[in-house]
Design a protein around this ligand. Structure first.
Ligand SMILES: Cc1cc2nc3c(=O)[nH]c(=O)nc-3n(C[C@H](O)[C@H](O)[C@H](O)COP(=O)(O)OP(=O)(O)OC[C@H]3O[C@@H](n4cnc5c(N)ncnc54)[C@H](O)[C@@H]3O)c2cc1C
Length: 500
């Protein structure tokens, strides 16, 4: 494995062991630095942690493995491949959308199958889809292969010939909603193409059409599953980190970052004081700035954060069921109510939803290691606005709503066969991750919060302190978190090698 020799190895700390923290640690270690990851929780992975209970293993957060090329690129930089660590399965169908009783639409893996499906729903839409996806491909290739790796300190970074000549094709000033509607009329096709942006933090009306790159990722590059669950990806990154001698300390919460002469020099943690030459902070940016740093060393004031648009939070149930549920696939989107109404109750007038859409992941359909034989492992997720009141009674109300809808639409009882149940919501995001307003997915990818307009990756007053993760560039999601860690590590390493 390639380890670049630095002028002099420096002692660096990475706060947090989510995807961005593990990625940052690997890249810093590859540059020859001495790296320690300090993690507050007792297991690593951050929002992508896993837990096992009563014979079930649950991924706590991400379940959609999209953009496999980004994972490949990460491992390739350490002379490894994903398959050295986990087996990837392409799901076919990729997912299904449930519009009503007996009204299930399966999205096949093959492009021919997807074209045929579109054409059967709306005449002429297969040709439209071809065009729509080729536009998405351009955005994906220019965006995910190049632009997202920029630290976004200045717009000049984006001023190259390729970007400038293709600027109009990024459709930054057009909304995702009008872009989709330019190509398709059928409400189901519109819902299918708009659903991926639900997690980007605004309605399709507010999200730039740039993000049709997500449709290209979902439909053309496919939906994959790492056998054993997303936790296997965390373990794989941990292996890479450990092979580079990264130290990982869990149950080690960082309380304060102390600064001298514009440099972070010491961290106080629940396991003692730690001295350092450089830090990458990957916990929620708002908490790092507002709670760990004294006021003169912060990039932003509290009022700045109050004006930021966050991506949604969510209500999750981890469920074990003592039988198989015939109509479920691995990924199931219960879209039998209005997407617009629910989106408005997340983004426009934040409140608990009146008639929610929700998502059910059933990994035991693909993987017999995540549930005891004959049983089903379910992960129910309902997006909600950040900052709402969260009580047991509210959680239970929506549990009943989701289970009754599942029973109705799957045409079988589920409630009597539930053997394990655990909920997770806003208060847990706050206590486990110090999540600002209990956010699950970080900062919204609206036009006003894109690239240079996001909270910056570097601390402008503390020279050896950088940030990574889903509240800075490039944004929310597992692939962006991995990229964020790489960018921050490159920047810190550059600073340490050049100036310290
Ligand atoms: C329910 C859910 C479903 C999702 N689904 C998907 C999906 O299907 N596909 C996808 O691509 N993305 C998905 N995402 C988004 C994706 O999981 C995140 O964007 C990504 O994991 C964020 O990684 P991160 O490193 O930025 O942050 P985190 O994972 O939050 O890591 C930050 C770490 O910092 C630690 N920390 C915080 N403060 C301190 C402190 N003071 N001291 C020490 N440690 C500290 C935290 O404990 C945490 O471990 C989902 C997210 C959630 C919550």
């Amino acid at each position: 494995m390639q380890v670049t020799q630095t002028n002099k190895p420096k002692k660096t700390a990475v706060i947090g062991s989510g995807f961005s923290g593990l990625s940052a640690a690997c890249f810093l270690a590859r540059e020859g630095h001495n790296v320690t990851v300090l993690e507050k929780n007792d297991t690593i992975g951050g929002r992508a942690r896993a837990f096992s209970e009563s014979g079930f293993t649950y991924d706590m957060g991400p379940s959609w493995y999209w953009m496999p090329d980004i994972f490949e690129q990460f491992f390739a930089k350490f002379n490894r491949r994903p398959e050295d660590f986990y087996q990837l399965v392409r799901l076919d169908p990729g997912f299904q959308m449930i519009f009503g009783k007996g009204d299930f639409v399966e999205i096949p893996a093959s492009m021919d199958g997807i074209m045929a499906l579109f054409e059967s729903i709306e005449k002429g839409s297969a040709d439209q889809l071809k065009k729509f996806l080729s536009e998405g491909k351009f955005k994906y290739e220019a965006g995910m292969k190049d632009l997202v790796y920029k630290p976004a300190f200045s717009w000049l970074e984006f001023a190259n010939r390729k970007v400038l000549s293709g600027a109009a094709k990024f459709q930054l000033l057009r909304s995702m909603r009008s872009h989709v509607r330019d190509h398709f009329k059928n409400e189901r096709l519109i819902a299918l193409l708009e659903f991926p942006v639900l997690f980007l933090g605004a309605t399709a009306k507010e999200i730039p059409a740039l993000y049709s790159l997500m449709n290209y990722a979902a439909l053309s590059l496919g939906t994959w599953y790492p056998a054993g669950g997303m936790t296997e990806v965390v373990k794989a990154m941990e292996s890479v980190a450990r092979s580079l001698n990264v130290g990982i300390i869990t149950k080690c919460e960082v309380g304060n970052i102390y600064v001298r002469d514009k440099h972070a020099v010491t961290l106080s943690t629940t396991k003692g004081v730690y001295t350092t030459n450089g830090i990458i902070a990957t916990g929620d940016y708002h908490h790092t700035e507002q709670k760990m740093l004294e006021e003169p060393h912060r990039n932003y004031k509290a009022t700045y954060w109050d004006k930021k648009t966050l991506s949604p939070s969510c209500l999750i149930f981890y469920i074990g069921v003592n039988k198989k549920i015939k109509k479920l696939l691995h990924h199931n989107l219960f879209f039998d109510t209005s997407l617009d109404n629910h989106a408005n109750e997340i983004y426009k007038s934040p409140q608990w939803p009146t008639d929610p859409l929700f998502y059910v992941c059933c990994p035991s359909k693909t993987d017999n290691t995540v549930a005891p034989e004959g049983m089903e492992n379910l992960f129910l997720l309902m997006p909600v606005a950040p900052g709402l009141e969260d009580t047991e009674a509210i959680r239970e109300h929506y549990f009943q709503v989701m289970i009754s809808r599942m029973e109705l639409l799957c045409e079988e009882t589920i409630l009597p066969d539930i053997t394990y149940k655990k909920s997770y919501c806003l208060n847990d995001f706050v206590s486990d991750y110090h999540a600002f307003k209990g956010n699950a997915y970080g900062l919204a990818n609206t036009l006003r919060q894109t690239a240079v307009l996001k909270p910056t990756l570097r601390n402008k007053k503390v020279k050896n302190l950088f940030y990574a993760g889903h509240l800075t560039v490039p944004g929310p999601g597992v692939p962006p978190a991995i990229i964020s860690g790489e960018i921050a590590a490159t920047q810190l390493s550059k600073y340490l090698n050049e100036y310290r």
